[in-house]
Design a protein around this ligand. Structure first.
Ligand code: ATP
Ligand code: MN
Length: 533
């Protein structure tokens, strides 16, 4: 049994497990947390309960004169008064005090020592502790000795609900960020991703204060030291495409771009497990082993073999593992300035080309737009895709106005002469319902082509409406796949759907027009004359 003094937080629990070894956390989880089991390959199978994804509507940011003017208040950053924060904090602490044992994870966020945060997670489940030990950068024994006071503390009382009658609480879930107290309080959700993305939100606030750009992107580096970053909303392929045996993985989700180059904020990866196969994603498949946390998957009761196709608990099944579970990694996870910036989108309309080259202005436009499309629910007959625009490809985690990040990106692209690309990992041959998702092997081949410089010497065609340049050939990809119009049987329908998507882009961008320079507005798509007449 471990001990560690948490009385300064008002936590009197005696049994404290701090930075425990993986087997100890396995044993505790298996003994004490319902449903926990070991998979046939040794991963820890865990269940997060009712919440199997983040709760963006329940995120709150404490209003304080010091940070108030910097925050982009609205439906993403919903304000919370100090008093209500203290009510929730007390509630979390009261809950922690009812527990027979507490887990503490003391670790770092950020591989660059210049910008790293010391983070303390205080939680009630071995699952949460192991998850964060996988996701953060774990201190060595010597570093832990020297750890001292953390910069930020997360009180995870997620096993207990918020009180809906507390003023400003609209549900029993609340994730409260307090930048001045340097704390996060979690109530009413046991989804582990809230802790990881809580830290990301904090970095998204702190880094621009130092002219550093925090980014919702994956990153890897080639043998020549050439860095690529891949932005994209959930499900567009950041994790899948960054695991590339030919390149060293820097990280799969959260990075920063400084004057010195890029660094990963995290020490681990958090991969989607839906339909995972050894054939399509061998690196991720083989990272699932002893030490990996496998969330909300369904398994065979006898063999403990996981059925990755089973989405009966959630579509959002996940695997969390330390980054060194991937074979080819860059450790420490720090590298130079990006040469290629890839915006991933999963266009379920099937209109955007699978690969295209952007001008710097187009890059700014698409970064601010943050487009992807979701396949609508499985209600009968409804196949119409749903467009999503999420600024900076991660509006849910941004704390400043999108322009703050967009300016930093534009400045860095210019200074370091990076090339921007748009890669559509979504539909081809028609919209969802008619066409199909582009083959992963084709997307990988296009990304290889970017890295190999294969597009330096090919001819491009300009997309009439979007204005970006589409390469006419790509090694290992049939050329007809490259021009979306050619993949659609019904050309008229293609023009119609494209026109609709252009209108959606224009509509979404209206709210940004007054704050960005005219060249960026002009870099957006335009409806073609033929359609307008
Ligand atoms: P999150 O931000 O939620 O972590 P992500 O951007 O990391 O999301 P991935 O975990 O990489 O997204 O998910 C992409 C999913 O799409 C994977 O399940 C992958 O197998 C699937 N997929 C299918 N076709 C493609 C393709 N052509 N390119 C990329 N991914 C594809
Ligand atoms: Mn991911």
């Amino acid at each position: 049994m471990g001990t560690f003094d948490l009385t300064k937080y008002g936590i009197e629990v005696k049994e404290i497990h701090r930075n425990s070894s993986v087997p100890v956390l396995y044993e505790l989880g298996l003994r004490l947390e319902e449903g926990t089991a070991i998979s046939d390959v040794g991963a820890l199978l865990v269940y997060s309960g009712e919440k199997t994804g983040r709760s963006p509507k329940d995120k709150r940011v404490v209003r304080h004169p010091d940070s108030e003017k910097n925050i982009d208040w609205g439906p993403i950053n919903i304000g919370l008064d100090e008093h209500t924060y203290m009510v929730n904090r007390e509630r979390a602490l009261d809950y922690l005090n009812t527990r027979p044992r507490i887990y503490v994870v003391d670790a770092f966020a950020g591989w660059d020592p210049k910008y790293r945060l010391k983070v303390r997670i205080i939680c009630t489940r071995a699952y949460h502790a192991l998850f964060m030990q996988n996701m953060l950068i774990m201190p060595t024994a010597a570093e832990l000795e020297q750890f001292g006071e953390p910069d930020y503390v997360i009180f995870n009382g997620g096993g207990f609900p918020a009180n809906r009658y507390t003023s400003e609480m609209t549900s029993k879930t609340s994730v409260d960020v307090n930048l001045e107290a340097k704390e996060v309080v979690i109530l009413g959700t046991q989804y582990a991703g809230e802790m990881k993305k809580g830290i990301f939100s904090i970095m998204n606030y702190l880094m621009p204060l130092e002219e550093v750009l925090p980014m919702h992107c994956s990153a890897n580096v080639g043998e020549e030291g050439d860095v690529s970053i891949l932005f994209g909303l959930s499900g567009t392929g950041k994790t899948t495409l960054s695991a590339d045996p030919k390149r060293k993985l820097i990280g799969d989700d959260e990075h920063c771009w400084t004057d010195d180059g890029t660094f990963n904020i995290e020490g681990g990866c958090y991969a989607k497990a839906i339909n995972l196969s050894e054939e399509n994603e061998p690196d991720i498949y083989n990272a699932i082993r002893f030490g990996t946390v496998l969330e909300n998957v369904v398994y065979d009761k006898k063999t403990r073999k996981v059925d990755y196709t089973d989405t009966s608990i959630t579509q959002n099944t996940r695997a969390s593992y330390p980054i060194n579970f991937i074979d080819n990694v860059q450790i420490p996870c720090v590298a130079g300035h990006p040469e290629n910036i890839i915006f991933l989108t999963c266009d379920a309309f099937g209109v955007l080309p699978p690969v295209s080259k952007l001008t710097p202005e187009q890059a700014s436009y698409h970064f601010i737009s943050g487009y992807t499309a979701k396949v609508a629910g499985t209600e009968m007959g409804i196949t119409e895709p749903q467009a999503t625009f999420s600024a900076c490809f991660g509006a849910a985690f941004m704390m400043w106005h999108p322009n703050r990040y967009a300016e930093l990106l534009a400045e860095k692209i210019k200074k370091h002469n990076a090339t921007a690309w748009l890669v559509n990992t979504g539909w081809t041959g028609g919209a969802h319902g008619v066409g199909s998702r582009i083959k992963l092997k084709y997307t990988r081949a296009m990304i290889d082509a970017i890295h190999n410089g294969d597009f330096d010497n090919v001819s491009f065609v300009k997309d009439e409406e979007f204005g970006f340049m589409i390469p006419e050939s790509c090694p290992n990809v049939p050329s007809e796949v490259l021009i979306p119009r050619n993949t659609w049987e019904d050309k008229e329908k293609y023009e119609q759907v494209k026109d609709k998507l252009v209108a959606l882009f224009n509509e979404n961008f209206k709210k940004f027009e007054k704050d960005v320079n005219g060249e960026i507005v002009d870099a957006g798509p335009k409806r073609s004359l033929s359609v307008e007449s």
